[in-house]
Every structure is written in structure tokens, then in C-alpha cells.
Design a protein around this ligand. Structure first.
Ligand SMILES: *Cc1c(COP(=O)(O)O)cnc(C)c1O
Length: 566
């Protein structure tokens, strides 16, 4: 062969990827993490390729009425505005039909000049049945039949498309959550064809295992994808079911995507130290490691802080460790940069909701997917107490945002509760709920508030990343000690913990601690010791900004997961 050999590639598979605010192919933290990982890989010149679905109709557009009732409509966007449709075609067999896929290439250009290609798979190909053409329309839409078909497109179709595009030398297939676990079956079929040995032979399994990396993000058993065997037989065919049976990958009459990924991964990790422990209890027979999540530093740093860092430690963009040197920046300058970021946020609130917030008032932010365990309404457990704090300790204003999955009744209920509290508090505390939480709104919110609030029910927050985005902008967290905050928290230095004595959440104790610290520590410091508050902002950047970034995370994946034998 005379062809130049390309360096082995890391193939990063994710059901959702958030790369650009106008490419609505993500629902929340998982997609934002995938986007940030690909960006950091591009910066570092890591040969990586991304594989996901096109989601022509996006996740959904969120509409909220005056009471906070959410309704949804499809997102209208044009893939051709952001990516290029290639002529290549690959196919996957679903229910015995050959379903054709076409790839859209998104070129992710990095600040260092290296590119990463991300392929968005699309089944809206002439010749496919009308129904098959809808398979890549909705992210997390439809029933479990639709979902399994989508996972076949992502996992089986993704491997077929990589081959079609010439990716033959792949050092690692990274399954970002279990949705893409069927890729292991595609690799196994390839090995069986190559070796001539039976599909489920030990050698074939070992060869596949040697190539796969799995990151689990789900500390809630109910959050794991499981498909009943008859459905799997219908969609993937009797032969696949038989092979899965031989592999002992069918548990309790279901195909469990997490178990499938665990079975085939040579390296498995949770997304924080705490989540590693939880995953260990959930899957005791697997070796589980941890690589804590991180966010793409340049993306999530607001313009005023970018300028400040550029002036004092210009190396920070290429090497995020330099954020540690934020100690050389006088706190007054940190303060001024924050004032500017807060102004941009308040201008954005005015633009979106026509509400005037007061720049001198302590502003709390809470924005993420609205779902029961995130407990968006926890701050409003005792409205009289909250009013008393605002009247006596110092004024407050609060900004909320977040979408509930269309079928998540609890999540939708949480949004209504925030609206009801806003109404009840309106004479004392302004509470704003902004529609359509997305990457862009997240940049305003995480950088512009004075305090980032997070109240998940333990132990369900695998990591959380929005507090890391806040940290890059000097915004301290006030959070339940779960997920990344177990590692990022230093009391009074990087923020404050809401109750630290229990393993499991105890709502009563947590609520009491939330109000006590707000009343006695945080509000008084903000108004009466502003220098001390600025010092907290600075140490938040030094300690958490320098660490909880995607550059450090990708280095760790390289070291432990992608190229462990380099
Ligand atoms: C960062 C981000 C999230 C994740 O927020 P968590 O608090 O970690 O759950 C969700 N949605 C969007 C749009 C984000 O940018």
C-alpha cells in the first residue's frame, strides 16, 4: 500500500451534540458536554471525529403561558446554513428494510487551526419510506420503537458511515452515554467477518472490547434505556437477538443499553468522583473510573473576562491552567468585569422579557433542564422566610430558565411552581422565568448572575456543568453537595454548600440550611463586605476555572481512555 497512513482517530458518538446555538441538536448538559469535548479535542489537535443524528426538528421550542404551562412546537432550522451534505451514502437494516443514511459534515474549527469533523446522520433520503425519513427528526421524541430505530441509526449506521467516509483506523470508539451502544454490534459483526469465527467468540469479543470506551451519565436506574426483547427482535432481527443472548447481554427480558456498553468497554468512567462511587454501587461487577467533566473555557467565558484574562495571562486560551494565575489580577478588576457581564445579562432579560432588574441587587441564577430531581422550586419552600431575608438581610432578585421534556409531568409542574412563587413574591422579590433556555442564554446567565444556585436531590446529579461555566466567570456556586460540587466546593472560598452532613437528601434540613446561609452568610457578605465577595469570585476562578475545563478533561481521556498504551 502506498497510501499515507493517517493517525488513528477517536470516534466520539453521542445522541445529542450542542455545538452552535442555531444548531438545535441537544437537550441539555449531555449535548453541551459533547460539544465542549469536541471543541477541546480540536484545540488540542486530537484526531477526533464526531457522530450524531441530524434532528431536523430539533428538541423542541418552548412556549410558556402566564401560569407557566409549557407547550412545545418543532424547531425550524436549516442544516444547510451550518453544514455541508456529502454525497456518501451508507445503510442500516431496520425491520428487514434497508434504510439509507446521508452525512452532513459540520467542520469545527478551533483557535489553533486544527479541525474536527462532526457528522450528522440523516435518513431523509429519497427512496427511504416516509416513516424511515422521519427517524432523524426529533431528539428524544416518539416512543421506544422510534428510539430503538434511532439508536440503530446512530450505532450501526454510524459505524457504516465512518467506513464509507474512509475511517478505518480508529483507536477508540467513545460512547457518550448508552444511546450509541449498538455500535458494539456493528464492530462485532466486522470482527466475525474478518476472523471467520462465530460472532460471539471470545476472540471477536476481545477485539471489540479493545476499541470501546464508555462514559455513563445516569445515576438513576429509570434513566437507562431498556428495550423489550420482542421489540429488539422486530427492529434488529432474530439473529441479533440470538447473538445478544449468546453474549449474555440480555437481562430480565430486556436489552439494557448501559449493560451492553459496559460489557464491551475496555474503559468505563463516571463523570465525577462522586458519580464513580454511585456507578460502582449500581454496577458492582465492572471496573468504573472517573474523569470529571469540564467545560470549554473560551466558549463559556464572557467577553469582559476574556479581555481581562487576555491582559494578565494571555496563555489561558491555549492552556487553561494559566487561569490559576488569576491571583495576579486585582479584585477591583474582577469586580468591574463582573459588573459588565451582569449588565449584559440584565440587558438580555430586558430584551427577552421586558423586565427591568436592578444591577445593584444580589442576583441568583437557576437554569437547567426542568426535571423532578433538580428541584427547581426548592428555593420557594418557605416564601415568608425568603421575603424576610430579602427585607432584613438585603434585597434579592432571581432568574430562572429551563425546558421540561414534553412527557415529563413533574418537570412541567416545577415550572408552574416557579411561576406561582414569582406571583406570590412579586411585591418583595422579582423572579423572572425566561423561555427557551439554550447555549446562548446559558452564557449570559452563568456569567451575569452573582450566585449560581443548584439544588439537586442526592445522589442524582452525576456531575452538572453549569456551575463550572459560572466559575470561569468568577460566579460562586451555592449548591447541594452532589456531582462535581463535591470536588469543587471549598466553603467560603469557591462558594457555599447546602447541607453537608447527609448521604441522601433530607429536604427539611436542606431547606433550613439554604435559608440560614443565605440570610447569615451570603447576603450579608454581598452587601456589607463586597471586597470579601470579590475575593470569593477570584478564588472561584483560580481553583475551579483552572480545573473544571474540557481541556483538562480531554487530556485525561487521552491518558486513561483513548491512548492508554501510547
Ligand atoms: C450547561 C448547560 C446545561 C447543563 O446544566 P446543569 O446545571 O449541569 O444541568 C443544560 N442546558 C444548557 C443549554 C447548558 O448550556
Amino acid at each position: 500500500m502506498t497510501m499515507a497512513r493517517q493517525p488513528p482517530t477517536v470516534a466520539y458518538f453521542s445522541m445529542e451534540v450542542g455545538l452552535d446555538n442555531s444548531v438545535p441538536t441537544y437537550s441539555g448538559g449531555l449535548g453541551a458536554l459533547a460539544g465542549d469535548s469536541l471543541c477541546a479535542a480540536a484545540d488540542l489537535g486530537v484526531p477526533m471525529v464526531g457522530v450524531t443524528l441530524l434532528h431536523r426538528k430539533g428538541y423542541f421550542r418552548q412556549h410558556l403561558d402566564a401560569k407557566g404551562n409549557q407547550t412545545e412546537s418543532p424547531v425550524e432550522w436549516s442544516p444547510a446554513d451550518h453544514m455541508v451534505l456529502l454525497k456518501n451514502r451508507a445503510s442500516v437494516t431496520i425491520e428487514g428494510r434497508q434504510v439509507w443514511l446521508q452525512p452532513w459534515r459540520f467542520i469545527l474549527s478551533s483557535q489553533t487551526g486544527a479541525d474536527v469533523n462532526v457528522y450528522f446522520l440523516d435518513t431523509a433520503v429519497a427512496g427511504n419510506s416516509d416513516w424511515d425519513q422521519t427517524l432523524t427528526d426529533y431528539l428524544y421524541g416518539g416512543d421506544s420503537h422510534y428510539r430503538l430505530c434511532q439508536e440503530a441509526v446512530l450505532g450501526l449506521g454510524g459505524v457504516a458511515m465512518l467506513r464509507e467516509l474512509g475511517y478505518t483506523d480508529v483507536a477508540a470508539y467513545h460512547m457518550n452515554e448508552g444511546h450509541s451502544a449498538l455500535l458494539t454490534m456493528a464492530l462485532l459483526a466486522e470482527e466475525a467477518k474478518r476472523s471467520g469465527a462465530p460472532v460471539a467468540s471470545k476472540d471477536n469479543i476481545e477485539k471489540v472490547r479493545d476499541q470501546c470506551v464508555f462514559t455513563t451519565h445516569t445515576p438513576v436506574p429509570a434513566g437507562i434505556d431498556k428495550f423489550p426483547i420482542p421489540l429488539v427482535r422486530q427492529v434488529l432481527g432474530p439473529e441479533t437477538v440470538e447473538n445478544l443472548g449468546l453474549l449474555e447481554c440480555l437481562f430480565g427480558e430486556t436489552l439494557n443499553m448501559t449493560y451492553l456498553a459496559l460489557f464491551f468497554a475496555r474503559y468505563i468512567n463516571g463523570v465525577s468522583m462522586r458519580h464513580e462511587q454511585i456507578s460502582h454501587d449500581m454496577f458492582p461487577s465492572y471496573p468504573i473510573n472517573s474523569i470529571s467533566n469540564g467545560v470549554h473555557a473560551v466558549t463559556w467565558t464572557s467577553e469582559p473576562f476574556r479581555r481581562l484574562y487576555d491582559r494578565y495571562m494571555p496563555e489561558w486560551r491555549l492552556d487553561n491552567l494559566y487561569l490559576r494565575y488569576v491571583r495576579s489580577i486585582p479584585t477591583q478588576e474582577i469586580h468591574q468585569a463582573h459588573v459588565a457581564a451582569k449588565q449584559s445579562l440584565l440587558a438580555e432579560v430586558k430584551k427577552r422579557a421586558n423586565i427591568d432588574l436592578d444591577p445593584s441587587v444580589l442576583t441568583l441564577g437557576f437554569a437547567r433542564r426542568m426535571t423532578a430531581y433538580k428541584r427547581a422550586d426548592m428555593l420557594f419552600s418557605d416564601l415568608e422566610r425568603l421575603k424576610k431575608i430579602a427585607r432584613e438581610a438585603g434585597p434579592l432578585q432571581i432568574i430562572y430558565a429551563g425546558k421540561a421534556h414534553p412527557n415529563d409531568g413533574w418537570g412541567k409542574d416545577n415550572i408552574r411552581k416557579v411561576f406561582a412563587a414569582a406571583e406570590a413574591l412579586k411585591e418583595t422579590i422579582k423572579v423572572v422565568f425566561l423561555e427557551e433556555y439554550d447555549l446562548e442564554l446559558a452564557t449570559y446567565l452563568c456569567s451575569g448572575v452573582d450566585l449560581w444556585l443548584n439544588t439537586p436531590q442526592k445522589p442524582f446529579e452525576a456531575s452538572g456543568t453549569s456551575g463550572m461555566k459560572a466559575a470561569l466567570n468568577g460566579v460562586p456556586s451555592f449548591s447541594i453537595l452532589d456531582g462535581w460540587w463535591v470536588e469543587g466546593h471549598l466553603e467560603g472560598v469557591t462558594g457555599w454548600a447546602i447541607e453537608d452532613s447527609m448521604k441522601e437528601s433530607d429536604l427539611q434540613k436542606e431547606v433550613a440550611c439554604l435559608y440560614d446561609k443565605l440570610e447569615n452568610v451570603i447576603v450579608p457578605m454581598f452587601y456589607r463586605q463586597p471586597d470579601a465577595y470579590d475575593e470569593v469570585m477570584r478564588s472561584t476562578i483560580a481553583i475551579n476555572g483552572s480545573y473544571f475545563n474540557a481541556q483538562r478533561m480531554i487530556f485525561q481521556y487521552l491518558e486513561h481512555a483513548y491512548m492508554p498504551y501510547h
